[in-house]
Design a protein around this ligand. Structure first.
Ligand code: H2U
Ligand code: ZN
Length: 337
């Protein structure tokens, strides 16, 4: 195939990185299959699930008989409060200890639901839980990462609706890039990078869902095929700052977005999602605008996923369906309800 002349690179102002967009490749005929939506329905309670109420986990501990949300310390935590590692600063050999904690958060006692299928008051409980956990863990840790892996394709080990929180004493690589870029933008322009971006996107073709408080869009610089950025319309530093109305409207928006995702290929849409907001101490990080990233791996069908390999590992990320085409497909899936 002749090289597509429209290949171009797009800049991500939030991280300072570039993505290669080779949109001509989408002229290839669409062979994506729409999977049969009929699936084996999971039971409401699974006696073998380590997240269902009253069940025993790998550690031998027993889950509460919870009826809303439930949080426990990860039995296989990657971060523990006291690190005994010694700092190393020896020429090019450098290391630092990291203290932290990892938690698992169950969204519902029901094994067979997902954020998209929960009643709105239960989704609101999840939003409140994210905010509470963030506030609590930020007292001890600099960065609190709330995230969810959904589906085996993204590493989720269990269909029970759940997410994770890893909190640590150091600022990790991705938020450190965003901190730098937002801080620098605020210094140069006196305004919030993502709020200015939202203003530029208002009414544009990359928006997939919106309400009075939130906007969900495929960012101009998206890397993952159906990547979405969720941003509050007003300035919000971090999750605990969200007002009751913003929390309710967030639930509404997530429900619409995730139901749309599930209709793209007629299967539960896998993704990794996570929240990025001001690190502790929040007071000195007013340049931050809260946002959530959704990174779904599926590309052409329920079974064809994107892999970050080859050129992307060796050079830079590449995508062959443009952000605008992806937004169009997500919007169509949302509208087909
Ligand atoms: P994932 O589905 O994203 O893998 O999250 C599930 C987490 O649950 C995972 O990090 C933990 C795993 O370490 N886990 C426990 O803490 N106890 C168990 O009994 C099994 C799994
Ligand atoms: Zn379960």
């Amino acid at each position: 195939m002749a090289q597509d002349p429209s290949s171009h690179r797009r800049f991500n102002p939030l991280t300072g990185e570039w993505v290669l967009v080779s949109s001509g490749r989408t002229n290839r005929p669409w062979q994506g299959r729409v999977e049969d939506a009929a699936r084996v329905r999971a039971p409401e309670y699974d006696p073998d699930c380590y997240l269902c109420p009253t069940n025993t986990r790998a550690s031998g501990e027993t889950n509460d008989d919870y009826d809303d949300t439930f949080v426990f310390t990860n039995d296989f935590a990657a971060l523990v409060p006291e690190s005994n590692a010694a700092p190393i600063n020896d020429g090019l050999i450098k290391a630092e200890p990291v203290g932290g904690t990892c938690r698992v958060i169950c969204y519902s006692p029901r094994h067979d639901v997902h954020l998209a299928s929960m009643p709105s008051d239960q989704v609101r409980s999840v939003v409140d839980l994210w905010a509470e956990q963030m506030a609590e863990l930020s007292l001890d840790y600099r960065w609190v990462q709330v995230f969810e892996n959904r589906g085996a394709a993204m590493g989720a080990s269990n269909p029970h609706p759940h997410g994770q929180i890893w909190a640590g004493s150091e600022l990790p690589v991705e938020p450190a890039k965003e901190d730098l870029c937002q801080r620098d933008y605020m210094k140069r322009r006196g305004s919030h990078l993502l709020l200015d971006y939202l203003a530029q996107e208002e009414g544009d073709e990359r928006i997939v869902a919106e309400n009075s408080e939130w906007v969900a869009l495929v960012p101009f610089w998206a890397v993952w095929p159906f990547e979405v950025l969720v941003i509050p319309r007003r300035h919000v530093r971090w999750l605990p700052d969200l007002s009751p109305v913003q929390r309710d409207r967030l639930g509404d928006l997530l429900t619409i977005l995730l139901r749309g995702y599930d209709r793209i290929f007629g299967v539960p849409f896998p993704y990794s999602m996570g929240w990025h907001g001001a690190p502790a101490p929040v007071g000195s990080h007013g340049h931050w605008q809260l946002h959530a990233h959704f990174y779904p791996p599926l590309l052409r069908s329920a079974t064809v996923r994107k892999f970050m390999v080859g050129y992307e590992l060796m050079a830079e990320p590449q995508r062959d369906i443009t952000a605008e085409e992806a937004a169009e497909r997500i919007r169509a899936a949302i509208a087909s309800a």
